[in-house]
Design a binder for this molecule. Structure first.
Ligand SMILES: [Zn+2]
Length: 240
């Protein structure tokens, strides 16, 4: 009897605690999240289509950037076109104001990259910048939040004043590879932090690698920093 009463009391206390501090749920499967998870649960992260590019030095990103940028290494974390979930999650953090999704996915990038020592070759993370008009519309730069997620795991600093976007560009979604290149060519510039980046190994962070045009334009600018070496990390990989 006393045991039953105690069980009832524990349930009541748990219920009250949940009302006071509601448990967050995974935005994919609805399972309760642990304290370490912000929006996506461990199981759903494990189900995303991983590329394992971080273990593969001559991976497709490296091959496709050949002759376009001199890179120490490059990796994309997940295949963009395999399965709906990643696309849905990216849509959620790009257009539905859910930065926690980007933070969780950034941490997953960090975990996978750190596990193989990929991130050991770098001194700082550089997010692909957003034009300030787009930034004020969205409220945050998704590449910056991904970089913060990588930083949570690796401890690498995120430098946001090294590279700036000096001109706004129309969305690239429906453009061909050549059009994309022209669309972003010359829109990036070095910021006031570029001097501090001299001699550092910089890892550029972007959301999805599609034609690589945006990354190429950013890397072209970063290559102007004295003594800097460069790498590339993106969340998604899309074959064109
Ligand atoms: Zn889940």
């Amino acid at each position: 009897m006393a045991f039953k009463f105690l069980t009832w009391l524990v349930r009541l206390a748990r219920g009250a605690a949940e009302v006071c501090a509601p448990v967050a749920h995974c935005c994919v499967c609805g399972a309760p999240l642990t304290e370490a998870e912000m929006s996506v649960c461990r199981l759903c992260l494990d189900r995303l289509p991983a590329t394992s590019f971080e273990t593969w030095p001559q991976n497709p990103v490296m091959t496709r950037m050949e002759g376009r940028a001199k890179l120490l290494s490059a990796f994309s974390c997940f295949y963009f076109h395999k399965g709906e979930t990643l696309r849905r999650l990216i849509h959620q953090f790009k257009y539905k104001d859910d930065r926690n999704v980007a933070r969780d996915l950034g941490r997953e990038m960090g975990r996978r990259a750190a596990h193989t020592g990929f991130t050991d070759s770098y001194d700082a993370l550089i997010p692909v910048p957003l034009h300030r008009r787009r930034l004020s519309e969205r409220g945050y730069n998704q590449s910056h939040v991904l970089a913060l997620g990588i930083a949570d795991v690796t401890g690498l600093p995120v430098m946001t004043d090294v590279l700036i976007r000096s001109r706004a560009t129309p969305t690239q979604t429906h453009l061909s590879a050549d059009q994309r290149y022209l669309n972003v060519h010359g829109v990036f510039a070095l910021g006031k932090g570029a001097k501090r980046a001299a001699g550092l190994r910089l890892l550029l962070v972007d959301d999805v690698f599609t034609t690589g045009a945006t990354c190429e334009a950013c890397l072209e600018k970063l290559a102007e920093i004295e003594g800097a070496s460069l790498g590339l990390a993106t969340l998604g990989y899309a074959s064109t």
